[in-house]
Design a protein around this ligand. Sequence first.
Ligand code: COA
Length: 341
Amino acid sequence: MTLRPTLEPPRVGARLAGTGSATPSRVLTNADFEKMMDTSDEWIVQRTGIHTRRIIDKSADENALTLATQALTAALADARMTGSDLDLLILATISMEMHCPPTACQLIAAVGGQNCGAYDLSAACCSFVFAMNTAWGLIRSGMYRNVAVVGADTISTFMDYDSRGRSTAILFGDAAGAVIMRATDDTSKGLIAQTMHSDGNRWVDLYIPEKMSHFPEGVEPNPEALHRVQMNGKGVFKFAVSTFPDVIAQTLDAADLKPDEVDHYICHQSNARILEAARERFGLPKEKLYVNIDRYGNTVSASVPLCFDELRRAGRVHEGQRVMFVAFGGGLTWGTSLWQL
Ligand code: COA
């Protein structure tokens, strides 16, 4: 569904007032993978563009909550706010610490927030972009004024770091990123257009089985594959190469903008080749489509906010610019969030 705000002008705007991010301490290089499984730096770089990724050190008690806490603390400081200023926190993640409580509740407590709505939102690698759209809807309605959207994942906990995981483990890393949204009377600032899509018939292309009954028809149930990412790499690649540019085009259409009228495309970092194909389709200069997959791999819900935070901290994001956030992932899901800063 594509929102056209022109049909019903918002009475409040929203500012992206602060950002933060965090990555774990342990660095895994392609040379490390060469020691763990039958692979090579050349194969990984050619197929994915990834050189290093960061993963949590469980012995140092790193997890999604600790990363999210660091990212949110940094974002609050950047926005010159404290946890107690927040009305709502949405944690975009597939790495909830427990089924209950929501990890978001532990997160808001960790930053000193009280009486703040807090919940987890899960839509695989689209979690953060869908959470941005959800947060905008809640600000636009007048229900909330100070909202934190955090993306945090520790996908490394669903990987085998040996030959069983060679087609997945090399792709992924752990991280967290956060954005603070604040309501403003300036209605020129906020979301311009958005999309959120899914095709549940294609869930089998990317899933994490929890029990033997979760394996789809035609796949031999395998106890060793439980709690491990199962991916049809070729299928997901083909899907992404066509869908990524299509969903960008759809969003530009909805906003009545040309590709070069958007200043930054902050895209889910899944594969450097997928990003390059999207950049070429719209004839964008390299500086408009941020890439950090070479350093972090695919960090699931953290991928988009980690890029945005790096870009902002490099001084490249300014008021008045337009930024499009784009993601796709398991579900299958895909979507966008186009902002006027
Ligand atoms: N090192 C060396 N060889 C590897 C390997 C590795 N790490 N992983 C797989 N291979 C092998 C395969 O076993 C296969 O061997 P075979 O031809 O003898 O059977 C060969 O390399 C080719 O595998 P294939 O899966 O066809 O490679 P590919 O070119 O499709 O690249 C991906 C694999 C995963 C990099 C690519 O499909 C991809 O990026 N897909 C999208 C994944 C994605 O974005 N997922 C997240 C969505 S949010």
